[in-house]
Design a protein around this ligand. Structure first.
Ligand code: FAD
Length: 306
């Protein structure tokens, strides 16, 4: 039983200059515009605030989840039990440190691309136009144009599953296609990125290329990871699945790997459409598609009713 964790949370939030919203619809915090309520959504602005909220969750046995901009998640209509944390304030700082870029976990990937470009660095332009935060990006080794965060991350500051804050150097991070760079259960607090001086393709150019390729309706970007042999979008198209609809969800006509919310899509519409796509692609090609988007709550955890 959670006891009166909400009251204690309110007190901590007040002392730590955080903000809390009880019963907050997560659809407001996801690019899919789908997701039921979080018992408590807390905007955390400092490491001490984060430790305070984390300690309450541990003490009262309350689930705790961190999200960024919600651009790589599909959240069920039941929402998320316990506390959902968003990192702002000092976690949105970006600056040069010893000729490297320091960015808090709440900084947007697109902002990092701009910052790097404006300071004469090349190597981060592939992040232009990706709508999420670097904290969320580390969970999927976000990337584009054949590059990913794992290529440029030098160090990550994490809070581990014991609440201990530590620095992880590049050598201990996994750098695999769309796999988390972080140890399981860790949260990213900040990163150091190493780039070269020089000019590459401009961020503006990349953004406009992306605008032409990607649908503008609400989505979570590419839904599936690309199999080694052929892009997932192409496979989906070859299987005749482009444009299929279920409730308010549809496979985009523009890009086979984008599932879009045409208006009023529910979690179950997207979830079932995903099952249809996976089953059809496997039956027709023998290839098993794997989700890139994170489905929350995770299968089998408290609150999972998929
Ligand atoms: C239109 C569109 C285009 C996109 N294009 C691309 C693309 O080109 N390449 C690409 O790789 N992705 C792309 N994405 C997906 C997405 O933008 C990236 O994966 C992004 O990095 C996710 O960041 P976020 O802040 O939105 O994370 P969220 O969606 O909020 O969270 C994603 C996961 O990370 C976890 N998480 C969030 N913050 C932290 C943290 N600080 N520490 C630990 N875990 C955390 C969450 O619990 C969740 O499991 C696209 C999405 C959209 C909507």
């Amino acid at each position: 039983m959670a006891g009166n964790w909400q009251e204690i949370l309110l007190q901590t939030v007040h002392e730590e200059h955080c903000e809390v919203f009880f019963n907050e619809p997560l659809a407001r915090h996801t690019s899919f515009r789908i997701g039921g309520p979080a018992d408590a959504l807390v905007i955390v602005r400092s490491r001490s605030g984060l430790s305070g909220v984390w300690t309450i969750a541990q003490k009262y046995g309350v689930n705790i989840t961190v999200i960024g901009r919600g651009t790589n998640v599909l959240i069920s209509e039941q929402g998320l039990r316990g506390i959902v944390v968003k990192l702002q304030g000092e976690f949105c700082r970006i600056e040069l440190r010893d000729n490297q870029i320091y960015a808090g976990a709440g900084v947007l990937l697109d902002e990092i691309a701009d910052f790097a470009e404006s300071h004469g660095f090349s190597g981060a332009e592939f992040l232009a136009g990706i709508p999420g935060t670097i904290g969320g990006g580390l969970m999927s080794n976000a990337g584009a144009y054949g590059r990913s965060l794992g290529d440029i991350v030098q160090q990550v500051e994490v809070m581990d599953n014991q609440g201990i804050i530590k620095l992880l150097n590049r050598g201990v991070l996994r750098n695999q296609y769309r796999e988390s760079l972080l140890p399981a259960g860790s949260w990213a607090l900040s990163v150091i990125l190493k780039l070269q001086q020089g000019r590459a393709k401009s961020c503006q150019e990349i953004r406009s290329e992306r605008r032409q390729k990607h649908p503008s309706e609400p989505s979570a970007g590419s839904f599936f990871k690309n199999p080694a042999t052929v892009p997932a979008g192409k496979l989906i198209e070859q299987c005749g699945l482009k444009g299929i609809e279920l409730g308010g969800a549809a496979v985009s006509h523009q890009h086979g790997n984008f599932i879009v919310n045409r208006g009023g899509a529910r979690f179950v519409d997207v979830y079932e459409l995903v099952q249809i796509i996976k089953a059809t692609v496997e039956e027709m090609t023998g290839i098993e598609l794997d989700e890139e988007v994170r489905i929350l709550p995770p299968a089998g955890s408290a609150g999972d009713r998929r």
